[in-house]
Write a protein that binds this ligand. Structure first.
Ligand code: MN
Length: 237
């Protein structure tokens, strides 16, 4: 199957989250079917840089306007942006019909290698094996990254596994974590039918609308590829 599909829904999957508390005031907009464009202002330059990397590699448009109590510390702002991003993902994904659901990405960045695996499962679970305890970049305490990804995971209701295989440079490790998570989510939120017909690949396919049934998809897959010779029964004597 090649070329433009005519069955894409007219409306992209989008959400807008506004959250105001004593500590933070946040407005976040997410478009799952975007191009990776972002406009991020959290008041924390390093965190802006990470969210821009996530958006670009998730092929999702993201705008964040967060005003937090940075004079206390960065914790409330980072965690609350995570809550809003998780809620936005949950809302934009909707009923999960017609999406791949699973996604994974190995992401190298110079000497660092990170892996992200995601299931849009409805069951929040974070595995975070990225050893960044008690380390800082500029004024950003890297402990906060685990809090951020926990907030995303719980509020998006997804299973997310983030594993560092190796790495030394803290900036590379942190950035590769965001990029890997973004790419895994891009794959997991793709439309299921084109992925099954064409094999895993990057384009940000939207789900079919209306979603085809599983049996119809399987018919298509079989129709596209003949069974290998070895699985065909020879006529008996
Ligand atoms: Mn960087």
């Amino acid at each position: 199957m090649t070329g433009q599909r005519s069955t894409e829904p007219a409306e992209p999957r989008q959400s807008r989250i506004e959250r105001n508390t004593k500590e933070t005031r946040i407005v976040l907009h997410l478009n799952l079917d975007g191009t990776g464009a972002s406009k991020i202002d959290t008041g924390i330059p390093f965190f802006n840089h990470m969210l821009e990397a996530w958006s670009k590699h998730a092929l999702m448009d993201l705008t964040v306007d967060a005003k937090g109590d940075l004079d206390v510390d960065l914790h409330h702002t980072v965690e609350d942006v995570g809550i809003c991003l998780g809620k936005a993902l949950r809302e934009a994904v909707g009923d999960k019909k017609g999406i791949v659901r699973y996604g994974a990405s190995f992401l190298p960045m110079d000497e660092a290698l990170l892996h992200a695996a995601v299931d849009i499962s409805g069951r929040p679970y974070l595995v975070f094996n990225v050893p960044l305890q008690r380390t800082r970049i500029a004024n950003f305490d890297l402990d906060l990254l685990k809090d951020f990804f926990r907030a995303v995971t719980v509020n998006a209701e997804i299973t997310l596994h983030l594993n560092m295989h190796y790495g030394e440079n803290l900036h590379h490790i942190a950035e590769a974590t965001f990029k890997a998570a973004g790419r895994a989510l891009a794959e997991a939120t793709c439309g299921d039918a084109p992925m099954r017909a064409e094999g895993p690949k990057r384009p940000n396919h939207r789900p079919e609308s209306p979603a085809r049934t599983r049996s119809e998809q399987e018919v298509t897959v079989y129709a596209l590829g003949a069974l290998p010779r070895s699985t065909q029964l020879e006529p008996g004597p």
